[in-house]
Design a protein around this ligand. Structure first.
Ligand SMILES: C[S@@+](CC[C@H](N)C(=O)[O-])C[C@H]1O[C@@H](n2cnc3c(N)ncnc32)[C@H](O)[C@@H]1O
Length: 209
């Protein structure tokens, strides 16, 4: 299924291809012990979890040296696929459920990722600043903004101003209404042709303290 990733990210190095290829067996094994993705989805890992996570890379290509926090990463999405794709970017993955962050940690150690740290905590407790915060399917945008505004660094270094990038599905209109002046919504079907992405969106909101 690495072919699927190569279709959309044709410049993956040998190392990246090997790291992505190892994810199937690792997640199958860990998911049988600790449920981090729905059991029926394990066969669709590359489309529904890995490629979905990498949609963030279609929105922004993080510059080397950028720092990114993934809040509510669960088993490591979108943080683990992004850390493979951007080896010169530093990722920090947090989740309030310890056994989920254990899966993310074990998978990332097994594939030899060096640009990633983990913390078992709630977003409210994490005080470190980052250039960007990313998340998939964690909480409504308004709640997320309240928690992560404190985590956004004022020092800019990317093509987009620092802020929050979330992966979301379904009806968003209500959720983004309070941020409509600043928010950008990306249709993931503009990047990926698989049916799964028809209703999927990326939401970018620049944030400052
Ligand atoms: C639906 S899961 C999504 C997991 C992962 N992002 C994914 O897409 O597979 C939501 C995750 O957010 C975590 N979470 C919810 N509220 C949180 C908070 N305040 N701080 C940190 N993690 C939180 C939960 O523990 C859970 O693992």
């Amino acid at each position: 299924m690495i072919e699927l990733l190569l279709r959309y990210f044709p410049h993956l190095t040998e190392t990246q291809q090997q790291q992505f290829a190892q994810l199937q067996a690792l997640y199958a094994e860990w998911n049988s012990k600790i449920n981090v993705i729905s059991r029926k989805d394990i066969d669709n890992l590359y489309e529904r979890h890995v490629l979905h996570s990498l949609a963030i890379a279609k929105i922004i290509s993080f510059r080397p040296g950028t720092t990114v926090m993934d809040i509510g990463t669960g088993g490591g999405f979108p943080g683990v696929p992004l850390a493979i794709l951007f080896p010169e970017v530093q990722f920090h993955l947090i989740d309030s459920i310890g056994k989920k962050i254990k899966v993310a940690t074990e998978v990332s150690t097994a594939i030899g990722l060096k640009n990633i740290t983990f913390r078992h905590c709630r977003g409210q407790e994490e005080k470190t600043k980052f250039d960007f915060v990313v998340s998939r399917a964690v909480m409504p945008l308004g709640d997320l903004v309240k928690i992560v505004r404190k985590n956004i660094s004022p020092k800019q270094g990317n093509a987009l101003p620092n802020g929050l990038i979330c992966l979301k599905g379904g009806e968003l209109e209500h959720e983004i209404l309070p941020f409509k002046q600043d928010v950008t919504v990306y249709d993931l079907s503009d990047y990926f042709t698989e049916e799964f992405f028809e209703t999927k969106k990326g939401v970018y909101l620049p944030l400052h303290n």
